[in-house]
Design a protein around this ligand. Structure first.
Ligand code: PLP
Length: 273
């Protein structure tokens, strides 16, 4: 596997950053996960725009989109995969040991791994830990994902593939790496970005293409929603067939099936919507 590190491709075992990189020492970094289809990235412009928003939120220099695109293209050329998880990581770079960032400039890493189409339905759990809708990095896609690591491990223990969080006021927020939609009386709803969730790209496309409303929803809506689905770059639209002990027997239900279909059709027709 060839990985892009700070200006060039390296073999995986030679692709290195400093142990003093601020991304490693304090999680001062941002990232994007992009789906690739037969060597081409999906929705790369939206991902690069969000990378810039995240960089500005952390006070990192704006990433050079042309340079990141060139790095992505080089990595995809060097690592042919049918369906890929393209990971762009951009950190505070070489820094002192504390929370002050150094002035060496940011680190850019781009790597790709092979992945496979997700199952059409999955199980999720709820977790007691909250998303903070009022934090300094709320809504930024930072590399500080340890809370997600812990919650996802809890989900795996319960044969689920995702853990869902409420925010500090008890509203439904998002999963460790996905957004959530529910169907109530035939209407599709998803929490607003003010809930503290990431402004997911798949979420935005699903709102646009399937016509969902952004609605504040109490966490226990998961006990009564007629249908539930997740969205993310690698899941696209994925139905939920179990939440904790509750099964949703017909999953994917009719509204979800329609959203899955419209997403697949529109995405196939435009690689950079
Ligand atoms: C916390 C979180 N929420 C939501 C998402 C879904 O976002 P997207 O559709 O842009 O992949 C992700 C994606 O990786 C995420 O990490």
């Amino acid at each position: 596997m060839m990985i892009w590190v700070n200006g060039g491709l390296r073999a995986a075992d030679a692709a290195q950053v400093s142990v003093l990189d601020h991304g490693l020492t304090v999680g001062d970094g941002i990232f994007e996960t992009v789906k690739t289809v037969r060597g081409r990235p999906f929705a790369l412009t939206r991902h690069l725009d969000r990378l810039t928003r995240s960089a500005r939120g952390l006070g990192l220099p704006d990433p050079d989109h042309d340079a990141v695109r060139a790095a992505c293209a080089a990595v995809l050329d060097a690592n042919p995969v049918d369906m890929g998880r393209l990971r762009i990581t951009y950190t505070g770079g070489l820094s002192p040991l504390g929370s002050d960032r150094g002035d060496a400039g940011p680190t850019l890493v781009v790597a790709v791994g092979e992945t496979h189409r997700r199952p059409d339905t999955t199980a999720v759990i709820t977790v007691p830990w909250t998303r903070n809708e009022r934090g300094a990095v709320t809504g930024l896609k930072t590399t500080s994902y340890a809370e997600n690591v812990v919650a996802l491990a809890r989900a795996r223990e319960q044969d689920a593939s995702e853990a869902l969080f409420a925010n500090t006021v008890g509203d439904l927020c998002e999963g460790t790496g996905s957004n959530v939609f529910v169907v109530l009386d035939g209407q599709l709803h998803t929490p607003p970005v003010s809930s503290g969730c990431l402004a997911g790209i798949t979420r935005a496309l699903t709102v646009e293409w399937a016509g969902a409303q952004e609605t504040r929803l109490p966490f226990d809506v998961l006990d009564r929603a007629d249908e539930i689905f997740l969205t993310s770059s690698l899941r696209d639209v994925q139905a939920v067939h179990r939440v904790d002990g509750r099964t949703l027997p017909g999953a994917p239900g009719p509204v979800t099936v329609k959203a899955m279909r419209v997403f697949e059709e529109r995405a196939a027709g435009d690689l950079d919507p």
